[in-house]
Ligand binder design. Sequence first.
Ligand code: GLU
Length: 928
Amino acid sequence: MTVNQKFPSFLQIAFLILLSSKLTSSALPPVIKIAALFDETHGKSQELAFHRAVKMVNDDRTILTRSLVSPDIGNYPWDDSFKASKKLCELIMPGVAAIFGPTSPTASNHVQSVSDALHLPFLETRWDYDFQRSPFSINVHPHPSMLGKAYADFVHIVDWKSFVILYESEEGLVRLQELIKLPKTFSDIRVTLRQLPHGTTDYRPLLKEIKKSEETKIVLDCSFDNLERILSQANELHLLTDYHSYLVTSLDVDKINLSPYTNQNVNISGFSLTASGTRAIESYLKEFPNTGRGKEHMLFSENALVYDAVWTFAKALNDLDSLQSIQLEPLSCEQPGPWADGEKVLSYLKEVDHLGLTGEIKFDADGYRTDFQLELMEKMRSRTKKTGIWTAQGGVNYTLTATEIEGQMVEKLQNKTLKITTALTEPFVIERIFDYPVSPEAKERMSFEERFEGFCVDLIKELSKEVKFKYKFQLEPSGSYGSFKNGKWTGMIAELRSQQADMAAIDMSITSIRQRAVDFTMPFMNTGVGILYKKKKPPAPNLFSFLSPLSLDVWIYMTTAYLGVSILMFLLARLTPYEWENPHPCVDEPDELENVLTLHNCFWHNWGSLMQQGSDIAPKAISTRMVAGMWWFFTLIMISSYTANLAAFLTAAKMDSPINSAEDLAKQTKIKYGTYCCGSTNAFFQGSTIPTYQKINAYMESTKPSVYTTGNSQGLDRVLKEDGMYAFFMEAAAIEYHVERKCDLKQLGGLLDSKGYGIALPKDSPYTAAMSAGVLRLQESGKLQELKIKWWKNERGGGSCSGDAAGNSAQLDLASLGGVFIVLIGGMVVSIIIAIFEFTWKQRKLAVDENESVWAEMWEELKFAVNFRAGDTKPIKRESSRAASKSLLSKSKAESLNKYGVIGDEAKSIKSRGSRKDSNYACFNDNY
Ligand code: GLU
């Protein structure tokens, strides 16, 4: 269908004239003239939309049933406002009911003043930031402040903490006021303003700067004509990656050609004014199927607004028609005289409620559009899709279901090969050991997985099966994880931030500072900082280590106490009368009394109780019993303490180490200690507020040559090489791995903190949630535990030190306890010597008595002693029966009488003395 200025057709006018002649009281004139001004450069498609609207209104006989709308259109050059006002004066001369607007601001201002002077309603469709409306103008375009609110609501809901606004003109800043003001309301939001350069279409230098700043959120405020150019230049500079998000302020984001970026998962969002799927759109598109693209699109916002303006006017006149009437009058710019019915039309225009191409059309008392709704559009492959709606009251509301969101994610991941950055760290990523010789060139040609293996390689493999994505590993050239130095990120974190990698899979600790720069999945392993140290060589075994539980002082004091108590006991026993006893219980009045507690017996008694054995000698007097009792108490405590200490002492000796904790390290300077220079362990000490760790940090910072290493493996080498003179702060997971394989290593003390390893992704990566869920599923299925056992316990010599540790602690060797045997043997030797001495002494006496040679006597006794057939009894050799020296005889007789019971001869003399009263002993002479 062709549309031209000949609307309404001749037939239609003839019909209406006929109709009006029949009706006596017509409320509206049969032909309602309207004027419209469109600029010659940009106004073509708007003019077309205007004609289409007029045609649709005239065709629809349910509205303006007795009138037809007849447009008069004037064109003017875009920048010539003089011509525009001249054209306008010509158009209104015959009398019009409304003017439809030019979009150039200067021409609009002219029209506005004419409309105010002539009380002629002026329907504008351009965006106008003026808060002061002229009384006769109505704008179908939403006010920029409302759009600004929509943009701010969007930024709020997607939680952008930092973004750059790229704007073309100062006017745009008015539209973006709400966004610019955000940091005032939310202190954690950072906004950067950058103006697109004028007089050039090369925006690359500015875009390069944005790339350098690592900003990934961009608000793009520019004319529709410039949008595609800027996006294409941004694409050249890799600013359209999965991690970049754009908010396009144009209301025609859905008309941008996105097909060049079909396979890029860049996030491009914006609001659309045209409401999809409404009856107005359906009937419009049915009548005029769309053939244009971009600005020529039938539903391009400016075109749709012109269309809606005509309909709004028609609706207002229709409402007016039922109650009131208007007459058109010729109007003149030269002789200002207002149109009498202008106000009437204006008031009905303000009351209109119409559902147009741009949604619900309503105005407030000032002629601003209210209660409208915007559709949130987001890029999906090569086009945009409605994902939510915005209203002034409700803000942004997403309308996508969870299944739709998941579907989108699956689609995005399917079309992508994720780049995974990593580094060589045992056992997370390690070079394979080949059974056959492989040249370095051959290694270079191998794929990553052919050449490397490890926990993280397996983890990503499992995760890719779980989340369904393709991936490609790459090694971070410097092998560093990422730290924030001089305002810049390094290592893998820098790679993620510059979108050179999509994920970092290594033993990357989740720290708060990194969390601000990148995203992390749920932790796949938990750990903490520990101390790696080389075991001290066990001290040379000490034969007399059984003496160690008590110090030398205590041994000396104990020996002195033993001697002192024994002598005291002996003296007290001699003093007290109750220790002196009748040696012959059967004799009432003995000639002499006997004391059992001789010095020799006192020593024996106390030694017996010290050795926990007791003896057959017992004190009888209270004083001596007191001595014995106190001695027993003393020995009880001493022996218990010794026994308790002995076991601990013998095992502790093996584990003995000069340092056992971070506190011990901090207290000394002899043993050096350090960390990996550029990781979370170092950052932990730098950021710690605990005095000990601050001291450790100060030491590490100031020590020259440096105690820092360039990696964990260098730290491990240094610990091994410096042999107890260097301790290395390392994460427990790594310590556990190395301690399993190198038996001379150990972990000192417990963990200094607690943290987890996570897979890092660029900030606000669309894949974080999916990867996190995948890690959790692997955790729950036990797969992570399986991998941990594989790489920690089984592969590469795992478990080689676990048996060693058990064996060491359970047994005490002869080298530690040999001293006890030496004491035993020594005791035996001394006892033999004493026995020989006793034997010699006794035989010498007998030999003197019998006038025999000592050697002969001794030989005889020795023969008897070693003769097993000699039996256990031996005849008594009586010194009295021998012709010997008298003194020796009498003395030995007295001894024999005192010491032993009396059998035989002596019994007679005892009997002669008569009495056998109160004897405690059996008297063998009773029958005599
Ligand atoms: N896991 C550490 C990191 O993410 C590296 C090793 C360390 O600092 O001990 O930086």
